[in-house]
Ligand binder design. Structure first.
Ligand SMILES: C[S@@+](CC[C@H](N)C(=O)[O-])C[C@H]1O[C@@H](n2cnc3c(N)ncnc32)[C@H](O)[C@@H]1O
Length: 250
């Protein structure tokens, strides 16, 4: 469904049917997915520029324009990127794309089990967790239900990383348009994963133990926008994105 919103071609009829219902409930969904990808690029660029050279992308999705390894390798060709997703199609496409990319790999795993992910031989063999690593959780935690304790999951990863590691996170918020959010959440009850948008406080709790880089946890289009960016397609109305983003240092 996310691939469809982004205008990709790796989607099936069932995805498109359900995605059409999301678009009815939230007509701006394509813009917010693009804003999420733009934040990914800005955050990952910043981390690579300040010297982070290991990235663990949790809930990485189907490859699309501006993948993490492409952004990172343009700055540091020796950096390492591990993609993790529980969607077999996403991992199959990622694996094919990375066949001749020595600095990146894709692993099929459930991000909710931090111990299993971090001890997975493909992850442990690729990243050196005795050195700083950037954890990337772009629009993946909404697919973790409350009963699985998303903040606890992030904390489990945090505690396995050394000081000087980073967390970059984006997450839809229910604060601005609760009725439309409920309609979207209802569409996702028919999808393979349910989706839960959360309050600013709940999203902020996921970043506990991290010192937030400026400007903090903010509306996604306000996280270090680039001066050369084209005008905002939604006129800067953050409620139409309803997505928060932040980067923190452990
Ligand atoms: C909206 S997409 C975001 C993709 C990418 N991070 C981005 O921001 O462009 C969410 C991704 O999270 C993945 N995901 C959801 N729950 C997951 C889980 N428990 N373990 C691993 N991946 C998961 C989905 O399969 C999907 O690919």
């Amino acid at each position: 469904m996310y691939d469809f919103y982004l205008g990709g071609s790796h989607n099936f009829a069932a995805d498109r049917q359900l995605a059409a219902r999301t678009i009815e409930a939230w007509p701006d969904v394509a813009h917010l997915c693009q804003a999420n990808r733009a934040f990914l690029r800005r955050a990952v660029t910043h981390l690579a520029v300040i010297g982070v050279d290991q990235f663990l992308d949790l809930g990485s999705g189907i490859p699309t324009a501006g993948n993490v390894h492409e952004v990172v390798h343009a700055i540091n060709p020796n950096a390492r990127v591990v993609y993790v997703d529980a969607d077999a199609v996403a991992i199959a496409h990622s694996t094919a794309l990375l066949a001749h990319v020595p600095g990146a790999t894709a692993v099929y795993a459930d991000l909710r089990d931090a111990d299993a992910v971090l001890s997975n031989p493909r992850v442990a063999g690729f990243l050196d967790l005795s050195r700083p690593v950037a954890l990337l959780m772009f629009a993946s935690l909404p697919f973790v239900p409350d009963e699985d304790d998303p903040a606890g999951i992030v904390a489990a990863y945090r505690d396995e990383t050394v000081c000087g590691s980073y967390l970059a996170l984006s997450h839809g918020t229910s604060d601005y348009r609760p009725d439309a959010v409920r309609r979207v959440e209802d569409v996702y009850t028919r999808a393979s994963h349910t989706m839960r948008l959360r309050t600013r406080d709940a999203i902020g709790a996921m970043m506990a133990g991290y010192e937030l880089l400026d400007p903090g946890l903010v509306d996604i289009i306000h996280w270090r926008p680039e001066p050369q960016s084209p005008p905002d397609p939604l006129g800067g109305d953050v409620t139409r994105y309803s997505m928060l983003a932040g980067v923190g240092r452990r």
